[in-house]
Design a binder for this molecule. Structure first.
Ligand SMILES: CC(=O)SCCNC(=O)CCNC(=O)[C@H](O)C(C)(C)COP(=O)(O)OP(=O)(O)OC[C@H]1O[C@@H](n2cnc3c(N)ncnc32)[C@H](O)[C@@H]1OP(=O)(O)O
Length: 430
């Protein structure tokens, strides 16, 4: 299925029936219902009631997505009591891209919580995605405790950096790229262009959308303090755009120690990367630089004089859920020769099975069903396999906590095969 066709996928019949048994209506929402969707979603994420202008500004994005609402027709307000949206998107993997079913905007009204509405919506999304031919689903989460039960696990970690700039110092020389301030509209365009140019070199990243960059630059009606947001672009010797950074400057303990918060930093060249960081770390009257959603293999430590001036806090960010094991594994090249009989367990019964994985020479991976699954050499649950899919966690580590069982030599063989050249990095929320 093309990634663009997700919007036409109908509401899942099993979830529709299970919610109907509770007197609830589960259905795909169309353009006419967007006026009630945005208020329900804002309420679900503990935000204020959106203005008409905000609802209108979200309409364009919602129109591109498959939106599900759960309605309680006895409720005095017409707002859905459950929401979820999804769309097809390319996910960067070692060989290029795989179509992914992205899920977002999962909310259940506080009046209807803990009676299985989210479970029905999530299981409905996974069945719909699988029926539509997607081999993998993904999401980013508000809480880490919600999605493991559906077979999702963190597969793309990121880190938060807090930099004491005076202690860290700058040791990265004088990069050639020129840094110049630009207005917010220009920087939204620059971030969009650079993200699209570079995302296929970041395992685990996905395309963004226009509204994402407008939000980053404070150009949507819900923006708080948009005038605090500044932007710089980096250009190379020929004047080509090679990097961009949006940031805010906040108060620190005193006037000489402001805090520079990096909202987004993207570079298409190593020189632009160094130039943007040098700009941030040598900003007059700034004592601390903070940055979120940075790659865990960020080379910044090697550009400063004292790497202990940089605090790293690694945390989960991109969560994946494989829906079709043979297709997901065959889509990404494994490193080196492999011959492993693998059994995958899946509590939801969507992707379980047993296969022989064979890769010899340059022929690519052959995945054949294993007749007698008892003969599997390695057994792994679907969440653990999803976590290891882009190489962020080794199977040895997952075996140490009981998520993988079997012959240690075969576990190691498959673990080595799943290794990737770089750490995955998802640079946006979705
Ligand atoms: C991809 C995204 O959109 S991430 C955003 C998620 N949404 C939010 O954080 C908004 C605020 N929270 C909510 O709207 C709701 O509380 C939701 C969506 C998280 C849960 O909705 P509910 O309808 O109450 O969940 P539901 O009753 O279906 O519970 C299903 C299971 O999840 C568990 N669960 C539900 N919420 C949570 C939670 N916050 N933390 C841990 N477990 C949870 C339930 O205990 C239940 O467990 P079980 O079936 O394994 O026994």
């Amino acid at each position: 299925m093309s990634v663009n066709d997700a919007k036409t996928v109908p509401a899942d019949e099993t979830s529709r029936k299970s919610l109907e048994n509770q007197g609830l209506v589960y259905r795909v929402i169309d353009d006419g219902d967007f006026a009630v969707l945005a208020p329900a979603e804002h309420r679900g994420f503990l935000g204020p009631e959106p203005t008409d202008e905000q609802i209108e500004s979200e309409r364009e994005l919602l129109a591109e997505r498959r939106v599900i609402g759960v309605f309680d027709e006895t409720a005095p307000q017409p707002l859905p009591v459950g929401t979820v949206m999804s769309w097809g998107t390319p996910l960067t993997i070692p060989s290029g891209e795989i179509p992914m079913w992205a899920i977002s905007g999962v909310t259940v009204a506080a009046t209807h919580r803990r009676r299985g509405i989210a479970r029905a919506m999530l299981e409905g999304e996974l069945r719909a995605a699988q029926n539509a031919g997607f081999a993998i689903a993904g999401l980013t989460v508000s809480e880490t405790t919600i999605y493991g039960r559906y077979g999702f696990e963190p597969a793309v970690p990121v880190q938060r950096l807090t930099i004491d700039v005076r202690r860290a110092g700058w040791a990265g020389g004088n990069p050639a790229a020129q840094i110049r301030f630009v207005d917010r509209e220009q920087l939204a365009d620059d971030l969009e262009a650079l993200h699209e140019r570079t995302r296929t070199s970041r395992l685990g990243d996905i395309p963004a959308w226009r509204r994402r960059w407008k939000q980053t630059m404070g150009l949507t009606p819900d923006a708080e303090k948009p005038r605090d947001i500044r932007g710089v672009r980096a250009t190379d010797g020929e004047g080509n755009l090679v990097g961009a950074m949006s940031f805010t400057l906040g108060d620190g303990p005193d006037f000489q120690n402001h805090v520079l918060n990096v909202r987004h930093l993207v570079a298409a060249t190593d020189d632009a990367y160094a130039a943007l960081w040098r700009f941030a770390l040598t900003y007059d009257l700034v004592g601390t630089v903070k940055a979120e959603l940075r790659p865990v293999d960020e080379p910044l430590d090697w550009l400063v004089s004292d790497s202990r001036g940089i605090e790293h806090r690694v945390h989960d960010h991109g969560w994946l859920r494989i829906l079709n094991v043979p297709e997901a594994l065959a889509a990404r090249p494994l490193s080196g020769p492999v011959g492993v009989r693998l059994r995958v367990t899946d509590p939801l019964g969507l992707a379980d099975g047993a296969w022989t994985l064979l890769q010899i020479g340059g022929q690519g991976l052959q995945v054949k069903p294993l007749e007698d699954s008892e003969r599997a050499e390695v057994t792994i649950d679907i969440g653990a396999l999803s976590a290891a899919y882009l190489g962020a966690v080794t199977l040895e580590k997952l075996a140490a906590v009981g998520r993988v069982q079997g012959d240690p030599a075969k576990i190691r063989e498959l673990s080595v095969a799943l290794r990737t050249d770089s750490a995955p990095h998802l640079s946006i929320w979705y």
